[in-house]
Design a protein around this ligand. Structure first.
Ligand SMILES: *Cc1c(COP(=O)(O)O)cnc(C)c1O
Length: 468
């Protein structure tokens, strides 16, 4: 399997070549030259597989330059009951016939990002060792991404993580999750400022090409291709769990921010998984809902803070991968559209045939929710089904209840556990979600964090003095 850039300016490269990188050198996103096709016999054979077996069958189609015995070992070490709470890894919960929740947040940080990040940690360690290389991951987080990255990379040879977070802005639970890690390759840096200040510092470090090359600075953000393929697996798993035979269709409703999660659903569909609808659910930051409803993609100036904070984005980084397929994989056309994004903040497909194809050929629809909708949905799901969902999953559930076709299995992707967002649950239900014993224990552990002023030079010195 070879990888190319959506913008056409990268010589074909192997999986191991692109795994550690971010954007393609021409500013585009890496995509496989073709999508592997899964025929009906293969689909029937896969129905019987365990999660790690299924993951191996799917990922080997994309990571063709990793010897199969090595890949199998990496996957079996990643998707264990010990790490994900059950042998199912991503169990399905049925609320009512043909309405299900696919649980993706039983990993170490209780959010779906673990599903991909845990694999990435093991893949990074493997590829770095093969190439005798090291990487220093520098990132900024307001919660989920940073902790998922730290739990995936802790103790991994060849990898250091420098994770910036806004001082005093995260919940006690989120702080405890990250700052209690004592691994010598994990550095928590609390910035005296907001999340945006932290993110600007990360950008500044990355824009210094000399520093970046000398100190092998890298990232694990949502455009990383390794993350996308790891996510493809649970769409297949969700399909097998919610249907009885391979002539049935399925629809997925996905709480979306950067379009990373649902991009994997698109790829599963392109591979031949019988998906009827891929429903993109946003919060008030509704760039994606607007795009799928109107054909207009318009980046916002700033994201609005909401009660589903992990979906608070002003642009959807992974959307370029879908639009590349939508325009018939024409990289000149794609590059022209993203030039319009750079110059005018967006583009308009409403007058083109592509607009209709988003739904008719690719199965996409969309919806949005606001804070009141999320509270009402959390209440409704508790009352009707005795299940407590987190505010991100509530974004999707609200849209699912509005749009679902009751003759087709609908699977809502659960992206976090309610315990991560206690305040919103309290507001919705009048009581806090049940608190597992480990949460209290976690908050009592000693914490390890360095406080830093929002200054790029100070950060660079910190990185230099902490890499051995
Ligand atoms: C990251 C995240 C999302 C959004 O996922 P995308 O891949 O960015 O669309 C939704 N919910 C939770 C809890 C998340 O952490």
């Amino acid at each position: 399997m070879q990888y190319i850039s959506t913008r056409g300016g990268m010589p074909p490269a192997s999986f191991s070549d692109i795994l550690l990188g971010g954007l393609a050198p021409d500013g585009g996103l890496v995509v496989p030259a073709v999508y592997p096709q899964i025929d009906i016999e293969t689909l029937a054979a896969w129905r019987q597989l365990s999660y790690p077996q299924l993951a191996f069958e799917i990922i080997r189609l994309f990571a063709t330059d990793i010897p199969e015995t090595d890949l199998q070992d990496i996957i079996e070490r990643t998707y264990t009951a010990h790490v994900f709470g059950s042998a199912e890894i991503a169990p399905i919960k049925t609320l009512t016939p043909k309405l299900h929740i696919l649980e993706l947040s039983n990993g170490p940080t209780l959010a779906f990002k673990d599903m991909a990040m845990q694999l990435l940690g093991n893949l990074f360690e493997y590829v770095l060792a093969k190439r005798n290389e090291t990487i220093n991951i520098v990132g900024a987080t307001s919660g989920d991404t940073g902790s998922a990255a730290e739990y995936a990379m802790r103790g991994k040879r060849g990898v250091n993580v420098f994770m910036l977070s806004p001082f005093g802005k995260m919940s006690a639970f989120q702080r405890a999750q990250m700052y209690s890690l004592q691994d010598s390759n994990i550095f928590n840096i609390a910035i005296e400022g907001m999340f945006d200040d932290a993110q600007d510092m990360v950008k500044a470090v990355n824009n210094d090409a000399t520093f970046k090359a000398q100190y092998k600075i890298g990232a694990v953000n949502s455009i990383n291709w390794g993350r996308v393929i790891a996510q493809v697996v649970y769409y297949f798993k969700g399909y097998f769990a919610a249907t009885k035979s391979n002539d049935e269709q399925i629809s997925f409703v996905v709480p979306s921010g950067n379009f990373g999660n649902v991009c994997a659903g698109h790829i599963a569909r392109q591979m031949g998984l019988p998906i009827q609808r891929l429903v993109v659910a946003t919060n008030e930051n509704d760039v994606l809902d607007e795009f799928f409803r109107t054909g207009v993609y318009q980046v916002r100036g700033e994201a609005q803070p909401t009660s589903s904070p992990s979906m608070d984005i002003s642009k959807a980084s992974n959307l370029e991968r879908f639009v590349f397929d939508l325009v018939g994989r024409d990289s000149a056309k794609l590059a022209d559209l993203w030039q319009q994004v750079d110059q005018a903040g967006g583009f308009d497909l409403s007058a083109t045939a592509f607009f209709g194809q988003m739904g008719s050929a690719y199965g996409f629809t969309s919806g949005r929710s606001n804070h009141a909708d999320r509270l009402a949905t959390i209440r409704l799901v508790k009352q009707q089904f005795d299940v407590v969902i987190d505010p991100h999953t509530a974004d999707a559930m609200k849209v699912a209840l509005e749009q679902r076709d009751k003759t087709v299995a609908t699977v809502v992707l659960e992206t976090a556990l309610p315990i991560k967002f206690e305040e919103t649950i309290l507001e919705a239900l009048g009581e806090r979600p049940p608190r597992p014993a480990f949460a209290d224990a976690l908050e009592k552990l000693p914490q390890r964090v360095d406080v830093m002023k929002a200054d790029v030079e100070t950060l660079k010195q910190y990185i230099v003095s902490h890499i051995g």
